[in-house]
Design a binder for this molecule. Structure first.
Ligand code: CUA
Length: 364
C-alpha cells in the first residue's frame, strides 16, 4: 500500500496538470464550440470530424493497448532469461503497412467529398455579403440590399449566406491603381456556423454560412493580425425572414438630424470640428461616406462595438471617445485604429464628448 502511495506522489507533477487540462474541456457555457453545430455547413464539417475522430480513437486504443500489454507481459523480472531476439516478419510488416493505408483511403473519401460539398457555390436561396477584415474590426456590406454594418452580421435563417472575404485598410496608403490598401491576413471564424476561412491580401476567399434557428452566435478573428487580434471579435445574428427584412429596412434609413439640445450640438461636432466624418459613414449626411471606421448610421441598433468587445452604453461610448486605445489597443499614429481626439486634432473637451455621446445614442 505504501509503495502505491509513493508512486502516486511521484506522479502528481504529471497527473495534476493532466487533470486540469481534462477539466478545462468541461465548460458548460462555451459559445464558440465547434462540436455544437447550428447550421448545415457546420453540421457537415462536424460529421466528418466525428467519423475521423472515431477511427483515430480506435486506432489509438489498439496501438497503445498492444504496446502496454507487451511491456507488462514481457518486462524484466528477477531470474528471467534473456528473451528470444526476433528480426523481421514479412507477413506482419505487410499487414501493418496495408491496414493503415486502407484506413487512410477510407478516411480520404468522406474528407474529399465534404471539402467539395462545403466549398460549392450555393444556387438556391442565396444572400451575398461582402466581408472586409480591418485592423481590428469586421465590415459587412450587403451588395443586393445596399446597406453596410460592422462586427455584427445579420442573416436570415435557412438561407445560404455567401461571404466574399477581403482584407482592407483604408487608413493606410493604397498601392498604385488600387482604391484601398490591402490589410494583413485575418481569419473569419464563426464556430457554430462554419469552419475558419482565411482573409488574405490580393484574394477574395469565399465561405458559405447558414443557420437553422434564430439566435446570436459568437466568433472571432482566428489568424494573428497584430496588436488587437484578440479583440477582433464578431457576432452573427440570425433572424426570421420577417425580422431580417425589418432590420434591413431600418438600416436603409438615413440619419435623423437632431433639432435641439446636446444631441444637436453633438451632430454639429460630428459633422464638423470633431472630424468624425473623416473616417465614418453616416447615411444621409453630405460627404460622410468614409470606411476607415465603421458605418455609425445605426450604431445603437447593435449590441456591441469596438470589435464586438463592449456593450453599447453611453458610459462605454464616453470612455471610448476619451481614449479608444485604452479599451482596445490600436496604433492610430500608424494609420490603424481610432485616434485619441482629446489629445490630437480637435482636442475635444469633456462637455463636447458628452454632446457627441448624446448624438450617438440617437442613432437607432
Ligand atoms: Cu484579425 Cu486576427
Amino acid at each position: 500500500m505504501r509503495r502505491v502511495a509513493g508512486r502516486l506522489r511521484r506522479l502528481r507533477w504529471v497527473a495534476v496538470p493532466a487533470a486540469l487540462v481534462f477539466l478545462a474541456s468541461c465548460a458548460s457555457n462555451a459559445p464558440q464550440d465547434t462540436l455544437k453545430p447550428h447550421g448545415t455547413i457546420a453540421r457537415k464539417e462536424y460529421h466528418l470530424f466525428l467519423g475521423v475522430f472515431i477511427v483515430a480513437t480506435l486506432v489509438f486504443i489498439l496501438v497503445e493497448g498492444l504496446l502496454f500489454a507487451t511491456v507488462a507481459r514481457h518486462r524484466h523480472r528477477p531470474g528471467r532469461p534473456e528473451p528470444v531476439q526476433v528480426h523481421g516478419n514479412t507477413k506482419l510488416e505487410i499487414g501493418w503497412t496495408l491496414l493503415p493505408a486502407l484506413l487512410l483511403v477510407g478516411v480520404a473519401f468522406p474528407t474529399i467529398f465534404t471539402i467539395f460539398d462545403v466549398a460549392k457555390e450555393p444556387t438556391k436561396n442565396v444572400l451575398p455579403v461582402e466581408v472586409y477584415g480591418h485592423m481590428w474590426w469586421w465590415e459587412y456590406r450587403y451588395p443586393t440590399l445596399n446597406i453596410s454594418t460592422a462586427n455584427e452580421l445579420h442573416i436570415p435563417v435557412k438561407t445560404s449566406v455567401r461571404l466574399s472575404l477581403r482584407t482592407i485598410e483604408p487608413g493606410l496608403p493604397a498601392a498604385k491603381g488600387e482604391d484601398f490598401a490591402a490589410g494583413v491576413i485575418h481569419s473569419f471564424w464563426i464556430p457554430p456556423l462554419a469552419g475558419k476561412q482565411d482573409v488574405v491580401p490580393g484574394r477574395v476567399n469565399k465561405l458559405t454560412i447558414q443557420a437553422d434557428q434564430p439566435g446570436t452566435y459568437k466568433g472571432q478573428c482566428a489568424e494573428y493580425c497584430n496588436l488587437s487580434h484578440a479583440n477582433m471579435r464578431l457576432r452573427v445574428i440570425s433572424q426570421t425572414q420577417q425580422d431580417f427584412d425589418a432590420w434591413v429596412a431600418q438600416q436603409a434609413r438615413p440619419v435623423v438630424k437632431p433639432e435641439s439640445g446636446d444631441a444637436a450640438a453633438g451632430y454639429a461636432l460630428f459633422t464638423g470640428r470633431a472630424t468624425c466624418i473623416g473616417c465614418h459613414t453616416m447615411q444621409g449626411v453630405q460627404g460622410a461616406t468614409a470606411r476607415v471606421g465603421p458605418n455609425l448610421t445605426h450604431l445603437m441598433g447593435r449590441e456591441t462595438f469596438a470589435g464586438a468587445m463592449y456593450d453599447i452604453t453611453p458610459e462605454n461610448l464616453n470612455r471610448w471617445i476619451h481614449d479608444p486605445s485604452a479599451m482596445k489597443p490600436m496604433r492610430p499614429d500608424e494609420g490603424t485604429g481610432m485616434p485619441n481626439l482629446t489629445k490630437t486634432g480637435p482636442h475635444l473637451t469633456d462637455a463636447e464628448i458628452n454632446q457627441l455621446v448624446a448624438f450617438l445614442t440617437t442613432l437607432k
